[in-house]
Design a protein around this ligand. Structure first.
Ligand SMILES: [Zn+2]
Ligand SMILES: [Zn+2]
Length: 106
């Protein structure tokens, strides 16, 4: 899963010309993730989107954070500035072990 760096919403694949890009309802488009990085498969009539070959998380910093799914205590994190600039940044964490992603409201 990839989140919008502007508003923190989940990016959705969108067909654009002859390629598929990840875009957000706020207007943000991730041009970096090309068609090759998105795998679309049909599973029981529902569309399953997988991001493959995403190198980005390897460069994300690690922090202390307990995964709600597997209990692992290290997670990658990044922050997103929400709408108003006077609001605090929203922190996202992604489990180092199982890739479970969640918002940190602390
Ligand atoms: Zn957005
Ligand atoms: Zn986990």
């Amino acid at each position: 899963m990839i989140f919008c760096p502007k508003c923190g919403s989940l990016l959705m694949p969108k067909k654009e010309k002859n390629t598929t890009v990840l875009s957000c309802k706020c207007g943000y488009t991730n041009k970096k993730e090309s068609f090759a990085a998105i795998k679309e498969t049909m599973v029981n009539d529902s569309r399953k989107i997988e991001i493959v070959g995403n190198e980005e998380e390897k460069t994300l910093p690690l922090t202390e954070g307990e995964c709600g799914r597997c209990g692992h205590k290290k997670a990658y994190y990044w922050t997103v500035q929400t709408r108003a600039s006077d609001e605090p940044e929203t922190k996202f964490l992604k489990c180092q072990k199982c890739a479970h992603t969640w918002r940190d409201y602390a």
